[in-house]
Design a protein around this ligand. Sequence first.
Ligand SMILES: Cc1cc2nc3c(=O)[nH]c(=O)nc-3n(C[C@H](O)[C@H](O)[C@H](O)COP(=O)(O)OP(=O)(O)OC[C@H]3O[C@@H](n4cnc5c(N)ncnc54)[C@H](O)[C@@H]3O)c2cc1C
Length: 323
Amino acid sequence: MSNILVYALHFEGAINKNSLGAISAAAKLAGDLGGEAHVVLVGDDISDDTAASVGAYGATKAYRVNAAAGTAQPVVDALDQIASGGDYGYALFGGGLLGFEAGAGLAARRGGGIAVEVTGLTVDGGKLVAERPVLGDSQISKIGFKGFGVVVGRLNAFEATEGGSPAPVEDVTVELSKAAGQINVVTRGEQRGADVNIEDAQVLITGGRGLGKPESFSLAEDLAGAFGGNAAVAATRAAVDAGWFPYAGQIGQTGKTVAPKLYVGLGVSGAIQHKVGMQSAEAIVAINKDANAPIFDFADLGVVGDLHAITPALTEAIKAKKG
Ligand SMILES: Cc1cc2nc3c(=O)[nH]c(=O)nc-3n(C[C@H](O)[C@H](O)[C@H](O)COP(=O)(O)OP(=O)(O)OC[C@H]3O[C@@H](n4cnc5c(N)ncnc54)[C@H](O)[C@@H]3O)c2cc1C
């Protein structure tokens, strides 16, 4: 038997969607392992209701730790102490930068193993097996653990499913390490662009990894600006994962499904996971320097060439046409 600890990130009383997905996944897996999923929340403003709400996603206990939220070190201290005091074989993080940082710290602290960017989890022979895409997402590797196992999911890899009742909340006093006191959280806030609304846009200019750097998203913004009105900028997962664009603007299997009148892909390869989120667009235009890019198989209009040269020219042409 082994229980699973899940770290739940929260902001202004709401638990992060990826954390809720991780809790649901942990609850199911813990059942298969003959154990339970318990959640750890770290912060100095966590209400009873917020902490107990994790029960709705299958957790049977919520540990509330009074320490600064938003940095990894107190999370490592909290999970390590709680894991030491019970029958815990695994810790699960929903994804995101804090999950990477805290997950790595926890694995090191406990002398355990870590699997990151995990998209699937199963139980085999009474042990957890993590699935992780590799080689440009073309293959899936399976990862088992010796000793304590830490899993950090890919953003949105785990679906949040509601169904349980509020969990009992236990306040835990954690002895924080010296490192935890060396960071001051000045302010916390929503990710820049979290309010990006791509689902209602009639024209979507989508930036992919082919843009090369975050600053090149200005090409997409200028083109959207030329269309004016109901045009917006979106992104592929590769661009979002690189931190070039907020997740709220991601199209695809683990992002949003859109159906604009016009989709323009700038340096987008057209991977299946992206295609499923935009294939209902009325017209698909792709600019890609690789004539064999998969997006040309389903684009209505394809332009083979360097987006850095073509996009500004297209922007000027649209401005001129619009007068
Ligand atoms: C479980 C799972 C879920 C996923 N969910 C999503 C999802 O929701 N959304 C999503 O988008 N992806 C998703 N992916 C990832 C997906 O498989 C691809 O890796 C991703 O879509 C690739 O993004 P991209 O097209 O920006 O990058 P790449 O595949 O790297 O393509 C970049 C393209 O830019 C072109 N290029 C480069 N330089 C230039 C230039 N100067 N001018 C013109 N073209 C240029 C290249 O020829 C290339 O075709 C998921 C993967 C998995 C395994």
